[in-house]
Ligand binder design. Structure first.
Ligand code: BES
Ligand code: ZN
Ligand code: ZN
Length: 478
């Protein structure tokens, strides 16, 4: 489905964004009809008058761009079920192109469907959605700004949907080497340098924590290193992603109910790969390194065990208390790798579905932001807000840090107390951040919003591509 700017297009259906607050005014056409069908203008409200060629969607709060994204996602959800080829949308543009951008995102993300495994996918006839120049509210539209917004959204949303595809694929198909192949493919397409490391490299480079997690898997691990280097970059950024293509929990096996959806434990890695492709396509003036630790966490006679002691790449020893706290082990080595390999690092982010505790703390819709640098965390919160994602800070403290003490090794991979688990996980990671990089690092725990089991906002069932829009927005503001 394409989104195009076309002021005079004749479309099969016209989508009318209707502000909730306007419903009582004389402003809204078809008011009585809308009242009859109980249209209330709230989030996700829609009324289709097919014979008139009209689809009304409600905008709950016209001051909140998320209302427009939700309305647009709702609109496209209805439109794609109809036997029509085209629809048109009037741009309600009260603040530059922001509303147009929000609507375009809602359409592009809301139209996503993952049908790779359906033998008879539903037939969809919708081909094009036109933005027309008509404005129901009398404001002038800056056509060029709207066109630019549409082009921008096409690139970013394609990246988000690419990350969703990677995560939605079954774990048997999306193995570590398959993920590496996908990374290589997009790297070639967008002129990104791609280096793939195998287990021999990990062994030769002392990445025993990463290796231990991968040991019982029938699929060999991969470290994926992508580099995008523009001319005269303003900054150098590393983004490290957790790429657990499956997390069974290992010997500390997850109960069945918690194991399903763990194909999504590679969401941080998938987001990081998507972000660098988008950055390359937008030609952002920042050098970006993406490092993804791709592996499964499985069981077997050679599985790593609780009580094992592992030596990470930076020489620190780790007592394994729980094999289900595997992401931090993979990230520990990948963070060391990134700090060693990337020179003149300005910022280092990691993206990970790291803890269930983060979901307990913030709910399923919100990502956790952790780190030592308040300015960095604030800039991330701003970018989240601006991009339409939800994020909140979780604060470190000295007491939580003590919970990671080990009697036998330098540190334990799992805190002695369950409470504050998202933060203790981040504090574990901080042990693998070099002193000089402390203020350059932030950890984003995306365990909540990455995978959607009940549709919300612009997200259907399945992978959401969480952190992609967010981190792209953040990179643009550096
Ligand atoms: N991949 C999980 C975290 C997770 C949970 C992601 C729910 C998405 C949804 C992670 O590897 C894990 O299992 N963490 C444990 C840590 C514990 C053993 C310290 C957890 O959160 O329970
Ligand atoms: Zn786990
Ligand atoms: Zn995990």
């Amino acid at each position: 489905m394409k989104i195009e700017f076309n002021a005079r297009a004749k479309a099969d259906i016209r989508v009318i964004f209707t502000l909730k607050k306007d419903l009582n005014g004389s402003f809204v056409g078809d008011r009585e009809l809308l009242e009859k069908v109980g249209f209330d203008g709230a989030d996700e409200s829609a009324a289709l008058f097919a014979e008139k060629g009209e689809l009304y969607v409600g905008v709950e709060d016209e001051n909140d761009l998320e209302s427009f994204r939700i309305a647009a996602a709702k609109a496209v959800g209805v439109l794609k079920t109809l036997k029509i080829k085209s629809a048109s949308i009037g741009v309600y543009d009260k603040s530059g192109a922001d509303v147009a951008k929000a609507i375009a995102f809602g359409l592009a993300l809301g139209a996503y469907e993952f049908v790779e495994y359906k033998s008879k996918p539903k037939e969809r006839s919708l081909e094009t959605i036109y933005f027309d120049a008509e404005n129901y509210y009398g404001a002038k539209i800056d056509e060029n700004a709207v066109k630019a917004a549409i082009d921008y959204v096409a690139i970013v949303a394609e990246g988000v949907n690419f990350a969703r595809d990677l995560v939605n694929r079954a774990p048997y198909d999306m193995t570590p080497s398959a993920l590496a192949n996908e990374a290589q493919k997009v790297a070639e397409q967008y002129k990104i340098v791609c280096e793939i490391r195998d287990e021999n490299y990990l062994r030769a480079n002392g990445m025993e924590a990463f290796l231990a997690v991968s040991r019982a898997s029938a699929c060999a691990p991969r470290l994926i290193h992508l580099t995008y280097k523009p001319n005269k970059p303003k900054k150098t950024i590393a983004i490290v992603g957790k790429g657990l293509t499956y997390d069974s929990g290992g010997l500390c096996l997850k109960p069945a109910d918690y194991m399903t959806t763990m194909k999504a434990d590679m969401s941080g890695g998938a987001a990081a790969i998507a972000v660098i492709t988008i950055a390359a396509r937008l030609k952002l003036p920042v050098e970006i390194h993406v490092v993804v630790g791709a592996t499964e966490n499985m069981i077997g006679g050679n599985a790593y065990k609780p009580d094992d002691v592992l030596r990470a790449k930076n020489g620190k020893t780790i007592e394994v208390k729980n094999t289900d706290a595997e992401g931090r082990l993979v990230l520990a080595d990948c963070l060391c790798y990134a700090q060693e390999r990337v020179s003149n690092l300005d910022r280092i982010l990691d993206l990970a579905t790291l803890t269930g505790a983060c979901v307990v703390a913030l709910g399923e819709y919100t990502s956790g932001v952790m780190g030592f640098n308040d300015d960095l965390k604030e800039s991330l919160l701003k970018a989240a807000e601006h991009s339409g994602e939800l994020a909140a800070k979780l604060p470190f403290n000295r007491h939580l840090k003590k919970l990671l003490k080990s009697e036998i090794a330098d540190i334990s991979n799992c805190a002695s107390v369950r409470y504050g688990g998202a933060i203790t996980a981040a504090l574990f990671l901080s042990e693998f951040i070099e002193e000089k990089n402390r203020d350059k690092w932030a950890h984003l725990d995306v365990a909540g919003p990455s995978y959607v089991e009940k549709a919300w906002g612009v997200n259907q069932f399945g992978a959401s591509g969480a952190a992609v829009r967010w981190v792209v927005d953040w990179l643009e503001r550096l």
